[in-house]
Design a protein around this ligand. Structure first.
Ligand code: HEC
Length: 143
């Protein structure tokens, strides 16, 4: 009985909020992605923030973990007025999956180089990751 009541409360409370919550969660996710990738790693590489190897490696590991946690952030129907997500995400899922997987691979390669302290590869791996962010934005994010 208790379980039934709880289930009823949860389902009625969430019915209207789902689409908006998904957009807010996704936008918050990308703010965090941009913070670790751009405001920490990018800024350090461009000497706009003092280089701190420990924090740089931490940001890279966080980005890699975030990239692996993206799978539930694009539920069908979450392309409402407040979102810049394009309908093509759901109308062309195969292409979206390809672009998304490529990005995850670039992030993983960057993190491998960073954790290994492979200074010669980090710059190129960072640029390749940035290009993969842009590739998805070009096709799947509206202006
Ligand atoms: C697989 C596709 C994809 C990849 C990869 C991707 N993005 Fe995005 N990004 C989006 C979409 C779609 C939105 C729009 C989300 C919305 O408004 O619902 C977005 C939104 C954003 C936003 C705006 C968040 C806000 O304030 O609303 C930022 C900043 C951002 N992305 C940065 C990045 C960075 C940096 C990377 C790479 C490290 C990246 N994104 C990789 C698809 C992607």
């Amino acid at each position: 009985m208790r379980q039934f009541i709880l289930a009823t409360i949860l389902s009625s409370a969430s019915a209207f909020a789902v689409a908006n919550d998904a957009v807010e969660l996704r936008q918050g996710y990308f703010k965090l992605v941009k913070y670790e990738f751009g405001d920490v790693m990018g800024a350090m590489l461009q000497a706009k923030r003092p280089m701190d190897q420990v924090r740089f490696a931490e940001a890279s590991a966080r980005l890699d973990a975030l990239a692996g946690a993206i799978d539930e952030l694009f539920p069908e129907g979450s392309d409402g007025a407040d979102s810049r997500a394009k309908a093509e995400i759901w109308s062309n899922p195969t292409r979206f999956e390809t672009v998304l997987t490529d990005w995850q691979r670039k992030v993983a390669a960057l993190n491998t180089a960073v954790q290994a302290g492979d200074q010669a590869s980090i710059g190129a791996a960072f640029k390749a990751t940035a290009a993969a962010c842009k590739a998805c934005h070009d096709d799947f994010r509206s202006k």
